[in-house]
Write a protein that binds this ligand. Structure first.
Ligand SMILES: CC(C)(COP(=O)(O)OP(=O)(O)OC[C@H]1O[C@@H](n2cnc3c(N)ncnc32)[C@H](O)[C@@H]1OP(=O)(O)O)[C@@H](O)C(=O)NCCC(=O)NCCS
Length: 321
């Protein structure tokens, strides 16, 4: 067996190799080459560092590793890493060789904090990370809602309740037409609520460009499925979804958040009702969401609505000397 580790070439063949490795390793969360290309090409390499390596055995791509800065938890010495090896090529030190390769770069960059994640069911990955000295820092539940069997009737009072408070529920698509300041306002709302999402590292506000790249200009964002709660001219809450091109019928829940001073009034639940109604009306069958196990309010809302818990995701971190 000849193992070669080389840098990623920025072409469709290498992009497809990475997407294939991830889709084989995690068939429950499939994605496409177009999605990889978007994330890769739009990553702001003027501000942040990102690098990918492929592991080839006899010319076949069997694994990869990458590291990059974390724009929403930015620290110059903090990096997200990811290593994946095709199941039939595991236990041959390929993952360790990839890790050694990126670690050399990371040390040269004076990296201090490394973060990554794994599913609680991925025994190989957990063993690998623990052996390399990574430790669990937080967990998130993945939960799924079966849209086809969802009955909105028991929740109608929430829509009445927010209306009584003078809250209007609208969409991003409608606001783009109606309010010339929509962009500045939706960006401000997003940063305000993101600051309160439980995290293993301090939140750093997203620049407008970064917010546009990740969310507003993302080709999978559904502007009609991006709901906003408005009080007067102010945006006080949001809940939005992305389509999952490799999983027809499925949606991925983006952020649901409400400004602090408006919490506890049923706004988040009402926004999620709108998202679910949108999903149903457009023939989607499933919504996937991820919530920190410490996020009591969000977990309570999702449980109430009938989201069912799946195996958890565990975030691991390591501090380099
Ligand atoms: C999570 C969040 C969106 C909830 O917004 P909210 O508008 O206050 O929530 P709602 O008022 O719609 O809550 C609806 C129901 O959820 C439950 N709930 C809400 N807050 C709760 C809390 N702190 N503890 C337990 N249950 C709670 C209640 O059952 C409530 O129903 P009730 O009003 O009939 O009692 C808000 O706390 C937030 O913006 N947090 C920061 C962003 C975030 O973490 N988003 C999720 C990322 S995964």
């Amino acid at each position: 067996m000849t193992l070669k580790i080389r840098e990623l070439r920025e072409d469709t063949r290498d992009f497809a190799a990475i997407v294939n490795i991830d889709n084989v390793c995690d068939p429950e969360h499939r994605y496409t080459v177009e999605q990889f290309r978007y994330d890769y090409e739009k990553f702001d390499t003027k501000k942040y560092v990102m690098r990918y390596y492929l592991a080839e055995v006899d010319g076949k791509a069997v694994g990869y590793a990458c590291y990059h800065h974390m724009p929403q938890r930015f620290h110059p010495q903090r990096f997200w890493i990811w290593i994946a090896v095709l199941p039939e090529f595991r236990h041959r030190e390929i993952g360790s060789a990839l890790y050694t390769r990126i670690l050399a770069d990371l040390q040269a960059l004076a990296a201090k904090f490394l973060h990554t994640s794994t599913r609680e069911t991925w025994a190989d990955t957990i063993r690998f990370l623990e052996k390399q000295g990574f430790r669990e820092v937080m967990r998130s539940w993945e939960s799924h809602l079966d849209v086809t069997s969802f009955d909105p009737r028991p929740f109608e009072e929430y829509l009445v309740r927010v209306e009584r408070e003078g809250i209007v529920l609208t969409t991003l698509a409608a606001e783009k037409e109606a309010d010339p300041d929509w962009l500045v306002k939706v960006h401000a709302l997003h940063n305000a609520v993101m600051a309160d999402v439980p995290s293993s590292a301090p939140f750093t506000p997203l620049s407008l460009e970064e917010f546009q790249r990740r969310t507003l200009n993302n080709p999978d964002l559904l502007p009609d499925g991006y709901f906003l709660a408005k009080k007067g001219g102010e945006y006080v809450g949001e809940s939005f979804v992305f389509r999952i091109p490799a999983e027809p019928g499925h949606l991925s829940q983006g952020l649901t958040g409400v400004r602090r001073e408006y919490r506890g009034k049923g706004i988040a639940l009402a926004l999620k009702l709108k998202v679910i109604a949108y999903a149903k009306a457009h023939g989607y069958t499933l919504i996937k969401t991820w919530n920190a196990t410490t996020n009591q309010p969000m977990l309570a809302i999702n449980e109430k609505l009938g989201f069912r818990r799946q195996p958890a995701w565990i975030e691991y971190a390591k501090t380099l000397a």
